[in-house]
Design a protein around this ligand. Structure first.
Ligand SMILES: *Cc1c(COP(=O)(O)O)cnc(C)c1O
Length: 786
């Protein structure tokens, strides 16, 4: 809705109090934290959804972002910020003796995603609203988001179910009139599909409020419901469990988020989830398109559909089916329309993460779609008879190939990743379709990742250059001259110090971690994966510990090594890395010789809220993946924007961060993607690397000897054996770059300048810039504000 429809007459507080009474059933005096945040959310939602759509909306091109994951975290603070309601809300809380910050923290963190891919989707929706691009996000309303992580006494990961939706969400408005029936299984013929089973996809709408409240888009998430609530005949016969069976089965589809973003579970339920939300989204999109009164042939002029990775790739055969079987269009016309409407974002080159579904399973669940995949392949083979690239190959449906063939545009998420896509997984298809692949480097929303999460820095920046940067992040460049001013530089250093003091207080209170804000806060927070190389970081920690013990009176830069991140429950090696980090922390933190200059902490249950706390307080950003493996990264951007220089490899968007902030403001180490490939071909590369570096050898020896407890054989054997991710081979240069960071950090003014230049030159990493790129190059969509 348009900006002028946002009610600004100061009645927000009254609306909150009314919701407290009518929806939570309490007076302000009785309200608990939970009551307050829910009443606030309801009042915010009323504002965001009030008013009619502008007439031109009917003619505008509409973007639809289909994603298995939306890692939205907490929503309230972001919404209040974007609506400029934080001051009024603070005053309201003060009037009633409620603690504003505690109220915000009472909202559960909605972890409807695993990591970067899901967080990107959340940033994109916010930017789409901020830019006034009419858009819908489509996904699943998971009852249980990503598992809660804790550590047992030995420091091993333990998992517990997450419960964000148990008491319902005030953000999610059920839209009963827009329910869809989704079939599964059964048989197919030339006339169509006769599913054997069906479930109801029930949408709930969550508002996505843009900056200034200028526009609000919708995140529409589907819950699975049974067609029949329960079987009355079985119930009456006394079979109570059996009577509820169908309901339980149906609800299973939206029960849990698959706890991994890089290894698809080869399970029927996962494919069911993918088809469930994709099919529901397509029906909803077509229904809206038809309600707008457009002719089917104009679909690509009015609708763009983005597939966030291959999880919604079944959209290709499903859209063709909806146009042919259900609307009577000829196959070739339907395919041509689908190809002009669909676009695909690739997020990974890791072979184990490229989805392929066994054709037996696919055909059993989606028989008509398997036929259509074959017809899509046949059409492609006719158009390109010389080179055969088929989606159905090797007994499986290759979802990457299917997405590529059926898409108008295919994009990578950083310059390096896009080039590697062209050279590796999609080399053949790129040759057949030159120009279809393009790059859109990821970004992050500056509202959440600066304005809201780092109010001190946001205030300092606004004081220096005004507040235009919030919606136009390139304006941060205007900070550069201020960095020459000693007063400003001191204030900038003061912001970081204050953020570190806050974080230290929180870590002490919540996690019993003692942290000295005078130390360098060296932070690695992200999913635990061998390619992200947390084990390189902890090995360097061990080596540093040993070096300090050897020379306790040396001139060491005090460091706190902070870790956060979850491992997929079935990823044994990643869980051993967690166990090792916690075990090293125990030994190192207890060492009286080193503890004043080296501390290690692993904070449990990393999520969006924790990222918002940690990033503003970070001094150094660890982005140390094996070159060629991290498609982009977005954590790296958040850190740079908040004034933490990167310790990183030439991987993903690190390359572009370094180009922009300047090589002298980035701690580069390690092999390039090309060198990685060559090094891997060297026989015994890991053993050679260990032999060549006495520090590395000693660190590995300490682990092998059980200095941190038993059970790390798999890690030791890997680092001295196959070491596919080249931890050992990159160690020596990593150590060198870390000591370089020590030297620079010891010079307060030099470090502050480097941090300041990272901030001033990171404006390009706004997701507003990314979304403008998608709008212009992929969707052909325009802002309603223009
Ligand atoms: C930004 C973010 C990520 C992505 O981090 P990378 O370092 O790019 O992998 C993952 N999880 C959360 C909670 C985030 O906020």
């Amino acid at each position: 809705m348009a900006r002028d429809l946002v009610n600004t007459n100061g009645s927000f507080s009254t609306e909150v109090e009314r919701h407290l009474q009518t929806r939570q059933g309490v007076s302000p005096g009785e309200a608990r934290l939970d009551d307050w945040w829910r009443a606030l959310a309801l009042a915010v939602r009323d504002r965001a959804t009030a008013g009619a759509s502008p007439a031109r909306l009917a003619e505008a091109k509409e973007v639809n972002y289909l994603s298995m994951e939306f890692l939205i975290g907490r929503v309230l603070e972001d919404a209040l910020t974007n609506l400029h309601l934080t001051d009024e809300t603070r005053a309201l809380m003060d009037r009633h003796g409620a603690d504003y910050d505690a109220v915000l923290r009472a909202e559960p963190d909605a972890a409807l995603g695993n990591g970067g891919l899901g967080r990107l989707a959340a940033c994109f929706l916010e930017s789409l609203s901020t830019l006034g691009c009419p858009a819908y996000g489509y996904g699943i309303l998971y009852e249980h988001g990503l598992f809660k992580q804790s550590f047992d006494e030995d420091g091993r990961q333990a998992e517990a179910p997450e419960t964000w939706l148990t008491d319902g969400s005030p953000w999610a408005l059920r839209r009963m009139a827009r329910r869809q029936t989704i079939g599964f299984g059964g048989t197919a013929s030339d006339a169509g599909w006769y599913p054997a089973d069906a479930v109801i996809a029930e949408p709930s709408d969550l508002p996505v409020i843009g900056w200034d409240g200028a526009w609000t888009n919708t995140l529409r998430l589907f819950s699975a419901r049974p067609v029949q609530p329960f079987d009355l005949a079985r119930f009456n016969a006394g079979d109570y469990a059996g009577a509820a069976e169908e309901e339980a089965l149906a609800r299973t589809i939206s029960r849990v988020l698959y706890p991994d973003d890089t290894t698809p579970e080869g399970q029927e339920l996962r494919l069911k989830q993918e088809f469930f939300f994709t099919a529901a989204a397509l029906r909803d999109i077509l229904a809206r398109f038809e309600e707008r009164g457009h002719a089917l042939a104009t679909l690509p002029d009015k609708v763009a559909i983005q597939l966030n990775d291959t999880h919604p790739a079944v959209a290709a055969p499903e859209l063709v089916r909806l146009l042919t079987d259900e609307r009577g269009m000829a196959f070739d016309d339907a395919l041509a329309l689908a190809q002009k409407t669909l676009n695909y974002t690739n997020h990974t080159l890791l072979p184990e993460a490229l989805e392929r579904w066994d054709e037996g399973l696919f055909g059993r669940l989606l028989p008509r779609h398997l036929d259509i995949v074959d017809r899509i392949d046949a059409a492609h083979a006719r158009a390109h008879p010389k080179r055969k690239v088929a989606a159905r190959a090797d007994g499986a449906v290759q979802m990457g190939v299917l997405s590529f063939i059926a898409a108008n545009r295919v994009n990578g998420v950083s310059a390096l990743h896009t080039e590697l896509m062209k050279e590796t997984v999609f080399a053949d298809l790129n040759a057949l379709h030159p120009g279809r692949i393009l790059n859109q480097t990821n970004g992050v929303t500056p509202r959440r990742w600066m304005q809201t999460c780092n109010p001190r820095l946001a205030g300092l920046i606004t004081g220096a250059i005004g507040d235009g940067w919030v919606a136009d992040l390139d304006q941060l460049q205007g900070l550069e001259p201020h960095l020459e001013d000693a007063g400003f530089a001191e204030a900038l250093a003061g912001v970081k110090r204050a953020n570190k003091v806050d974080l230290a207080g929180w870590m002490a209170a919540e996690h019993g971690v003692k942290a000295d804000p005078a130390m360098m806060f060296d932070v690695q927070i992200k999913r635990i994966h061998e390619y992200k190389r947390q084990h390189l970081n902890i090995l360097e920690t061990i080596a540093l510990w040993q070096a300090i013990k050897d020379a306790p009176n040396g001139d060491w830069t005090p460091r706190l090594k902070l870790f956060g991140g979850k491992a997929a429950p079935g990823y044994v090696f990643a869980k051993e890395i967690i166990h090792l980090i916690n075990s090293v922390a125990k030994v190192v933190n207890a060492d009286p010789v080193t503890r004043d200059v080296l501390q290690v902490a692993y904070l449990p249950n990393y999520n969006v809220s924790m990222a918002e706390r940690l990033i503003p307080a970070a001094d150094l950003s660890e982005q140390i993946s094996t070159a060629g493996k991290e498609a982009s990264g977005t954590g790296n951007m958040k850190f740079a924007l908040n004034g933490a220089p990167t310790m990183g490899t030439l991987d993903g968007a690190n390359v572009e961060i370094r180009e922009r902030v300047g090589a002298e403001n980035f701690f580069l180490f390690g092999m390039t993607a090309d060198e990685v490939v060559r090094r891997r071909a060297v026989a015994g590369h890991a053993a050679k690397a260990v032999k060549a570096d006495a520090r590395l050898a000693a660190a590995i020896r300490a682990v092998r000897a059980g200095m941190f407890g038993a059970g790390f054989d798999a890690i030791v054997d890997n680092l001295t054996g196959p070491d596919y991710f080249l931890v050992s081979s990159d160690f020596t240069d990593y150590w060198r770059a870390q000591r370089e960071a020590d030297r620079v950090y010891a010079d307060d003014a030099g470090w502050t300048r480097m941090a300041g230049l990272n901030i001033a030159r990171s404006g390009w990493f706004s997701s507003d810039r990314t979304i403008r790129g998608y709008m212009a190059d992929i969707w052909g969509a325009e802002s309603l504000f223009d």
